[in-house]
Design a protein around this ligand. Structure first.
Ligand SMILES: *Cc1c(COP(=O)(O)O)cnc(C)c1O
Length: 430
């Protein structure tokens, strides 16, 4: 107990936390270890993880296969530079990614994080048009309610309001934005749903390099699920107006929405795709950008004669080895039936929230469950209720949401859903 307080007070002297002032508004909880779906706190409490450490730990913590993959690679080499050198884990990971992603995505750029993957994807799109002698095609077209990361380039294509563009307007690239994709998942697309994005593409086709969006599930920009029909329509519009399509699958990749990739709901393939988060099973920070052969060809013919990016830790062998192990583990198991069982259980568990006064919407897709409230709820009061239920969740704004590890039991899911409904029932706005 004393030890726990000591670490927390030292944390508050020294460390920033995500989207936090210094020190953070609510003291963090000290985690000493984690196993399966459980986080072990320094004060002896154990919490059921409802977050998968932000979409990443799909197989849970300390999975023996993943632990072994890291240990095995550690005995070979933890890291080696990727400029001029290569290694088996990187090659096998790239081949596997090419194999399982849709369409003819054939080439892979490995990088450190999701935000960096988005930067690289945007540079790829710009250099593609430079290669084709169309330098004027240098703007991105994004959709509202999107989220693509926190670096400046990625921020520029996040939702302008929730992404706080006004604070950084002096340095952000002015991109184009279509309205939030509609209709909702499961509803039929009508012509009106794509009128605005079609008009934007028609008006700006000469200057737009690429459309960037999250396929079917919009994550941190609003936890919304939209119709695969919209995605298919955008794919056709991109072809019609000679614009590349960048699919940001960093949150949706590796089964989370019920298909292996969000694009698979619509049966389409992008020209460039970003994956990250769950790729390493939550073990190490690594992401990848895939592209079609044609994209790579024109990038390589652009003025620089090369894709102008090269992170120090590119292709990190530990990351590649554990990503390979994590993806193989996923594909060897019955992930699809597991995710659909989680979907059914979440639907059942969250349904009591639907009638509550402060609840605007309850929605579930794959292993993602969301309660959207009418008014935002105070964080400290929510956290108290979660801890009473023995559950770890991290809501934002009006969104109570969960994306549990795929190994979660029915009992784990029921506890998570119970905690979310409990918060919606008991915590008052303001
Ligand atoms: C998390 C996320 C990112 C950014 O990834 P980081 O690894 O946090 O940089 C980008 N796009 C989407 C859709 C994400 O969910």
């Amino acid at each position: 107990m004393v030890g726990a307080e000591d670490i927390v007070s030292r944390d508050r002297q020294a460390l920033w936390h995500p989207y936090s002032p210094m020190p953070a508004a609510i003291p963090p909880l000290e985690v000493v270890s984690a196993r399966g779906t459980r986080l072990q706190l320094a004060d002896g409490r154990e919490l059921v993880d409802g977050m998968s450490s932000w979409w990443a730990t799909i197989h849970g913590y300390r999975h023996p296969v993943l632990d072994e993959a890291v240990r095995g690679q550690l005995d070979q080499m933890a890291h080696v530079m990727f400029g001029g050198l290569t290694h088996r884990p990187a090659v096998e990971l790239a081949e596997l990614l090419v194999d399982i992603t849709p369409g003819d995505l054939a080439h892979v750029f490995l990088c450190d994080s999701g935000s960096v993957a988005v930067e690289v994807a945007m540079k790829m799109a710009l250099q593609y048009w430079l290669g084709r002698g169309r330098a004027e095609k240098h703007r991105l077209l994004a959709v509202r309610s999107g989220y693509h990361g926190d670096t400046l380039g990625a921020m520029g294509v996040c939702d302008p309001v929730t992404g706080m563009h006004h604070m950084f307007s002096a340095v952000l690239q002015q991109q184009l934005f279509a309205p939030t994709p509609t209709p909702r998942f499961g509803e039929r697309l009508t012509d009106e749903d794509t009128t605005s994005i079609a008009a934007l593409l028609a008006a700006h086709r000469g200057e737009v390099a690429a459309v960037i969006l999250e396929p079917v599930v919009q994550g941190a920009g609003g936890m919304r699920f939209y119709s695969p029909g919209y995605l298919a329509a955008v794919r056709s519009l991109c072809d019609e107006y000679e614009v590349l399509l960048i699919a940001d699958e960093i949150a949706t990749g590796f089964g989370r929405s019920g298909e292996l990739f969000g694009c698979d709901h619509a049966g389409i393939a992008p020209d460039i795709m970003c994956v990250g988060k769950a790729m390493t099973g939550g073990y190490l920070s690594m992401a990848a950008v895939l592209c079609r052969p044609d994209v790579a060809r024109w990038v390589s013919r652009a003025e620089a004669g090369a894709l102008m990016h090269g992170p120090t830790f590119m292709g990190n062998p530990l990351g590649c080895a554990v990503a390979l192990a994590s993806i193989r583990l996923l594909l060897e198991g019955p992930w699809q039936s597991r995710v659909s069982a989680m979907e059914a259980r979440l639907r059942q568990g969250l349904s009591p929230a639907a009638g509550l006064a402060n609840v605007a919407d309850v929605r579930v897709l794959g292993a993602i469950g969301v309660i959207e409230t009418v008014e935002p709820l105070p964080m400290a009061a929510m956290q108290e209720v979660f801890l009473e239920h023995g559950v770890w969740l991290r809501p934002f704004g009006r969104l109570l949401y969960t994306m549990p590890p795929y190994i979660s039991t029915e009992d784990d899911i029921d506890r998570i859903a119970g905690a979310m409904v409990g918060v919606a029932e008991r915590v008052n706005p303001g």
